[in-house]
Design a binder for this molecule. Structure first.
Ligand SMILES: [Ca+2]
Ligand SMILES: [Ca+2]
Length: 231
C-alpha cells in the first residue's frame, strides 16, 4: 500500500505543477475609441509568452468600415443578408505562443452592441492554423446602451499553433427588429473597463525526455517502496 501512496503523492504533485489556471487571461482589450484602423492592445494585457509579431494581438477590420464611436471599436458596412459568409465582413485578431511554449484557451468574454439598424445577429469563431472554424451559436446583438460582458465558453484546447478569432455581425433583421442597413453599426466596447477578454494560459511545452524521466522516477519510487514493504 505504501508504494501506491508514494505514487499517488508524486502524481498529485505532478498534476499541481502541470495544472493551468483557467481564469488567467491571455489577451485583454479596453478599447480606446480613437478610431484608428487597427485597435492595438493598449492599456491591456498580453500574456508574456505570446509572440509580438506585428500581425498578432490586435483587432483588425476585414470588409467592414471604421465608424466614429466613443469608447468602442465601432464598424459599419456589415453583411446585411441572412447568408453567413466566414470570409467577408468581420473583425479578426490572432495570437501565437513564442517558440517553446504552448497555450491553453478556455473562453472569450465580450461586450458587443450596436445601433438600431445594425444587423441583429452576431457570432464568434476561431481556427487553429489553417483548419476549419469552430463557430459559436449565433446570438442576438443588443442595442448600444447597457451591455455587460457576455461569455463564449468553448471547449478548452491547447496548441502551439497560430489561432485566429473572428467576429461576424450579419442578418437582414436589425438590432431593433426592423431592416438592417449598411450604415448600421456594431461595436466592441462602450462599457467601462475591459471590453474583450480571451481567457487561458501559456506554459512551456513539456519535453519528451522530461516525461520519460518522470515515469522512470515513478517506477523507481514504486519499486523502492515495495522492497521496503517486503522487508
Ligand atoms: Ca472553456
Ligand atoms: Ca471599455
Amino acid at each position: 500500500m505504501k508504494g501506491w501512496k508514494t505514487l499517488a503523492a508524486v502524481g498529485v504533485l505532478g498534476l499541481a505543477l502541470a495544472g493551468s489556471d483557467g481564469k488567467a487571461q491571455l489577451l485583454v482589450w479596453d478599447v480606446s475609441g480613437d478610431n484608428s484602423p487597427v485597435e492595438l492592445t493598449a492599456d491591456v494585457l498580453i500574456d508574456a509568452n505570446l509572440s509580438l509579431a506585428p500581425a498578432n494581438n490586435k483587432l483588425t477590420r476585414v470588409g467592414v468600415i471604421q465608424n466614429t464611436g466613443a469608447n468602442s471599436y465601432n464598424s459599419r458596412n456589415w453583411n446585411i443578408t441572412n447568408t453567413f459568409d466566414e470570409n467577408d465582413k468581420y473583425i479578426t485578431f490572432q495570437l501565437q505562443p513564442v517558440s517553446g511554449f504552448q497555450m491553453t484557451l478556455t473562453s472569450l468574454q465580450y461586450a458587443i452592441n450596436g445601433s438600431n439598424t445594425g444587423p441583429g445577429t452576431g457570432r464568434w469563431g476561431y481556427r487553429v492554423g489553417s483548419g476549419p472554424f469552430t463557430l459559436q451559436t449565433p446570438f442576438n446583438i443588443p442595442f448600444t446602451l447597457g451591455p455587460t460582458l457576455a461569455t463564449w465558453d468553448f471547449p478548452d484546447f491547447t496548441t502551439d499553433q497560430l489561432v485566429e478569432f473572428r467576429f461576424w455581425a450579419y442578418g437582414s433583421t436589425s438590432i431593433n427588429g426592423g431592416t438592417s442597413g449598411v450604415n448600421g453599426t456594431v461595436r466592441i466596447g462602450n462599457i467601462a473597463g475591459n471590453d474583450l477578454i480571451l481567457n487561458g494560459s501559456t506554459e512551456i511545452i513539456p519535453e519528451p525526455s522530461t516525461a520519460v524521466l518522470l515515469v522512470l522516477g515513478l517506477l523507481g519510487a514504486y519499486q523502492f517502496s515495495r522492497r521496503r514493504f517486503a522487508q
